[in-house]
Ligand binder design. Structure first.
Ligand SMILES: Nc1ncnc2c1ncn2[C@@H]1O[C@H](COP(=O)(O)OP(=O)(O)OP(=O)(O)O)[C@@H](O)[C@H]1O
Length: 292
């Protein structure tokens, strides 16, 4: 497997708090990867380590086969849109594009112009006067027009209106399919990720809780409903969440072998899967761990 990102024992500590711990994950190239997890789980920290804005406290991370931001060539291969979508407020939209052209050897004016047009951005407008959504559009345009091999997007969609969001996701899918760009995108909106991602990483409380191809993950998880019983006796399956009424037990499990047909078995959707892992960890962590 060619990995676009490879982290081994990666950790980042700010003061006494670990924002990311023991993160070991391989992300295959050519995929659109959704990064999900609760607020404060460490998603932004992982992405900032991947683009070289932060240095690891422990372990290591490789992106596109090299150390993040180790050279100009490496920088030019990674497009990054930070959560805050920073822009230079005194420069115009056009001046941002000119800067993009100067700084990026593979800059594509055609892509930049097409995105500006579809976003309805006036090239003469100062960036400081743009709305939050327009600023996000400008940041995304700059990241896409540099034609990176890897696009890293930290919650890029939250400021966009629903129509623009759909168009952006569509464009993102087309550019990944056409140009073979790998994408890592963090978001809280699972339905958006469901539309474009084929790979998922769930981070909870600074650790990778689950990672893999979405089809494969959905195929291995099931909801089981049956008469109330002790889930500890369930062979060949890892119980992720359990719910009991007086008479009935409902489990979400990761099954490693066919499940006992005595259970009523149903498939799970991506949202159920993500929520189950987030809920399971919230329930299992002690208050000390949660505060860590
Ligand atoms: N520069 C920093 N200094 C100190 N603590 C930080 C810093 N950056 C992040 N943290 C802490 O690290 C933890 C992880 O933060 P991070 O921003 O990576 O989470 P996140 O998963 O992206 O959250 P959200 O979904 O809310 O954006 C949090 O507890 C946060 O307070």
């Amino acid at each position: 497997m060619t990995a676009v990102m490879r982290a081994a024992g990666l950790g980042k500590r700010f003061g006494r708090r670990w924002a990311l711990s023991e993160c070991t994950v391989d992300i295959p190239a050519g995929r659109v990867v959704g990064l999900v997890g609760p607020n404060g789980a460490g998603k932004t920290t992982l992405l900032r380590l991947a683009v070289g804005q932060l240095q690891p406290t422990t372990g290591g991370i490789e992106v596109l086969g090299g150390r993040p931001a180790a050279s100009a060539a490496q920088l030019s291969r990674v497009g990054y849109v930070a959560q805050s979508t920073p822009v230079y407020s005194r420069l115009t939209v056009e001046e941002h594009l000119m800067l993009g052209d100067r700084l990026n050897p593979r800059w594509c004016w055609k892509t930049a112009r097409a995105r500006l047009d579809s976003a309805g951005l006036d090239p003469r407008q100062r960036a400081g006067r743009l709305s939050g959504g327009q600023r996000a559009q400008l940041s995304l345009t700059l990241a896409v027009a540099k034609r990176p091999d890897l696009l890293v997007l930290d919650e890029p969609l939250s400021a966009l209106d629903p129509l623009v969001r759909r168009e952006f996701l569509q464009g993102l899918m087309e550019s990944t399919v056409d140009a073979g760009v790998s994408v890592i995108v963090s978001s809280h909106v699972i339905s958006d990720l469901e539309r474009i991602c084929d790979h998922l990483v769930i981070l909870v409380a600074s650790r990778v809780r689950l990672a893999g191809g979405i089809d494969e993950l959905l195929a291995s998880h099931r909801q089981l409903v049956g008469p109330r019983r002790d889930p500890a006796t369930l062979p060949g399956a890892e119980v992720i969440t359990e719910r009991h009424t007086e008479r009935q037990t409902t489990l979400l499990v990761r099954a490693h072998q066919p499940v006992d047909p005595a259970w009523t078995v149903s498939e799970v959707g991506l949202e159920d899967l993500v929520l189950a892992y987030m809920k399971a960890d919230a329930a299992n962590l002690s208050p000390m761990e949660m505060a860590r």
